[in-house]
Design a binder for this molecule. Structure first.
Ligand code: SF4
Length: 386
């Protein structure tokens, strides 16, 4: 189905050739993406993104009932990821590493609740090797066999490979045998080497992030991908980042969703500098990144808004800017709250339904593979999975 583009809704004349491409289903190039990032016509951009989204997903907006577990905040990169307020050195105040019993206790709400997915990420902890995670995943699968395990970013996979002297594929294979189902997209930040030098000097590079995801996709492990924006990156950096994600998706088709992550300037070293310089993301920018992601990543079906960072209300508005998936009913989010996120740590189901319906969209609960598992309005159309 072709997007229903109405050129009368475009106020910036320089967007008209792009609108024509969108209407025809022609792939946008990097110059188009830059123009979309720079246009003052936010509503025109939103209209294009919404038209593409509705052509792909109709008016259905999905969410997953998930539960975050952050098993360790001890991280060897504590001093060099200057945007991170979550990590600690082993002997620092607030450092923790859960025992298996503590992980199971944290997971306990999934026994009686609606949780269908554990989202498990943490620091690069030298004392939490492959066995720490395989033991954890096996125990979680034994106790909660109905719950999907989405765990460990590409950065954590590479860290485990390094400390265990194994290849990425060997680590991924062992984790999958223990229960890992899919991978989250965190750790991408912005791929540009110049940006990483400033914000995450020693972290896994962009090309290696892509290579770990390629290795996962080749093993049949699907993943999400992200982009941290709103710090020191340029618009060209954003476009180059999106291009790398689009290229891998062309190659493997293994990505489930793109999830832009707004940089949070509170309680971290980088934020003090950026706030002094008057820089931090705004609602305008948050909507723009989601909309450009929808338009440029033409080989992605799902674009997700992360209300933990941009607030539930802005996530709701994003549903008119190309977004078809909202972060779900999270239980106990820690990573972004460690850097000052003031959003709730979890949203009740009723609140998510209210936000989606308030945007004139149709709510549906999904599983980790974006298959709809529950509708809330019986007379409404069903969405097919990828
Ligand atoms: S962002 Fe990740 S890798 Fe960097 S310090 Fe924080 S927990 Fe460690």
């Amino acid at each position: 189905m072709k997007p229903a583009v109405d050129v009368d809704r475009i106020r910036d004349a320089s967007l008209l050739p792009i609108a024509e491409k969108v209407a025809q289903g022609t792939r946008l190039d990097t110059a188009d993406a830059l123009a979309l990032f720079r246009t003052p016509d936010l509503l025109g951009l939103g209209h294009l993104a919404d038209a593409v989204n509705q052509a792909k997903n109709g008016r259905v907006v999905t969410f997953a009932a998930n539960q975050h577990i952050n098993p360790t905040n001890i991280c060897v990169l504590r001093k060099t990821c200057v945007f991170c307020g979550y990590a600690r050195l082993p002997k620092e105040d607030g450092a923790y590493r859960y025992t298996l019993d503590q992980v199971l206790a944290e997971a306990e709400p999934a026994r009686t609740g609606l949780t269908r997915e554990f989202h498990i990420v943490g620091g690069l902890d030298m004392q939490a090797g492959l066995e720490y995670y395989t033991t954890m995943f096996r125990a979680l699968k034994r106790e909660f066999p109905h719950v999907h395990i989405k765990a460990l970013t590409a950065v954590e996979i590479a860290h485990l490979a390094r400390i265990e002297k194994l290849s990425w594929k060997e680590v991924l294979t062992a984790l999958r045998e223990a229960g890992l189902d899919t991978m989250p997209g965190g750790g991408a930040e912005t791929f540009s080497a110049a940006v990483r030098e400033q914000i995450a000097d020693r972290k896994l590079g962009g090309a290696d992030y892509i290579a770990v995801h390629r290795a996962a996709h080749e093993l049949g492990i699907r993943s999400n991908c992200t982009m941290l924006y709103g710090h020191v990156e340029t618009m060209e950096d954003r476009v180059a980042h999106l291009s790398m994600l689009r290229d891998l998706q062309d190659e493997t088709g293994g990505y489930l969703a793109f999830i832009p992550l707004a940089y949070h300037p509170d309680d971290n070293e980088l934020g003090k500098r950026l706030q002094r310089e008057g820089r931090a993301t705004t609602g305008f920018d948050d909507l723009r990144v989601l909309a450009v992601g929808r338009l440029f990543l033409d080989n992605f079906r799902h674009i997700k808004s992360h209300w933990i960072m941009v607030t539930p209300f802005l996530s709701q508005v994003a549903l008119a800017f190309g977004v078809n998936d909202m972060e779900g009913t999270v239980v106990r989010e820690k990573v972004y709250h460690a850097v000052g996120a003031t959003t709730p740590q979890g949203l009740p189901l009723a609140e998510i339904l209210k936000l989606i319906r308030g945007a004139q969209r149709i709510p549906a609960e999904r599983d980790a593979f974006y298959q709809v598992i529950r509708h809330f309005d019986d007379d409404l159309p069903r969405v097919a999975a990828d």
